[in-house]
Design a protein around this ligand. Structure first.
Ligand SMILES: [Fe+2]
Length: 313
């Protein structure tokens, strides 16, 4: 029977002020590969089979545009859409063939209670050739959202979209839609927004080589290299040209549905007094500010200034 739930994270879509600058960063430094460009929209892929994992939209302000998920098949898309309609969820686009999108497929879009647009699709073309460079991302691993009301957002992802709670700490709830420990995490504080996005690389060595490429490209590691508690994943965090936080991650815990028990905040507070299992690193102040959206907002103000000066002649 077709399940009315999300089955995997596909990718993320970002609004960016300068498309060429962002495309150069994500292809030459971050390690993605160009797939297609249609007007002011650019598609980039990782080394895995997903058609594209990052979509860049040229826009006056940088922001999270949307997050893309997979359903089992077209019937799964329709079943999930019917469930959303029944629950009164805001539908942004009804189910349809997505012929205007690179990779095509069939899908619909909805809005979370805190305003993020999520697209759920099936039947998207796959990449046949996979990369053989462990320093480059294979796929999008997870998105962390800042939330104003964590109970409401947790309930939306779990009860409405079919995610399951993997772990909960004082700061965050980690929820999964596949065997990956988390595809979405919800961070308390800062109001609604994008906290960070994480891309999976195939190995620890690959993560170190990717981090080295970033360092030589002028991007310091703002947190890491370290290993998280929930998810047990290795991490290194950076701030990209739009002020968004981006992470290389590896060795993400794979969940066994038959045996996994979610750890609650008291458990994690006792087990993990430090946010890095190795006790090696703490997030920089700059990273904390970037995770709150501060640098993206500052850059947006500068871009608005440029636009208004241009209009004034
Ligand atoms: Fe992360």
């Amino acid at each position: 029977m077709t399940e009315a739930r999300v089955t995997a994270l596909r990718g993320v879509e970002l609004n960016v002020f300068n498309l060429d600058e962002s495309a150069e960063f994500y292809s030459k430094v971050w390690g993605l590969e160009f797939v297609a460009r249609e007007g002011g929209v650019m598609y980039l892929r990782g080394g895995g089979a997903e058609h594209h994992i990052l979509t860049l939209h040229e826009a006056p302000r940088a922001s999270l545009h949307s997050i893309n998920f997979a359903a089992q098949d077209a019937r799964g898309v329709d079943a999930l859409h019917a469930k959303m309609v029944g629950l009164g969820v805001e539908i942004v686009a009804a189910p349809k063939a997505r012929s205007e999108i690179a990779g095509g497929g069939y899908g619909f879009s909805l809005r979370t209670p805190e305003g993020q647009v999520l697209t759920v699709s099936a039947g998207v073309s796959k990449q046949e050739h996979v990369f053989n460079d462990s320093s480059k991302p294979v796929k999008l691993s997870h998105i962390v959202l800042n939330v104003a009301d964590i109970d409401k957002q947790n309930s939306f992802f779990c009860d409405t979209l079919g995610f399951r709670l993997s772990d909960s700490t004082e700061r965050m709830d980690f929820v999964r839609c596949s065997s990956d420990h988390h595809s979405i995490a919800l961070a308390r504080g800062h109001g609604a927004g994008l906290n960070h996005m994480a891309y999976e690389v195939p190995s620890f060595d690959g993560l170190m080589r990717g981090a080295g490429r970033m360092k030589h490209g002028g991007y310091n590691i703002e947190w890491g290299v370290g290993r998280h508690g929930p998810g047990n994943n290795i991490f290194s965090y950076f701030v990209e040209p739009n002020g968004f936080v981006t992470e290389y991650t590896a060795e993400v815990e794979q969940i066994d549905e038959a045996t996994h028990m979610a750890g609650m905040p008291e458990y994690w507070a006792k087990k993990m007094p430090m946010p890095d299992r190795w006790g090696m690193s703490m997030p920089s102040q700059r990273l904390r500010e970037a995770m709150s959206g501060k640098f993206t907002e500052e850059r947006n103000l500068r871009c608005e200034d440029i636009i208004s000066r241009k209009m004034a002649g």
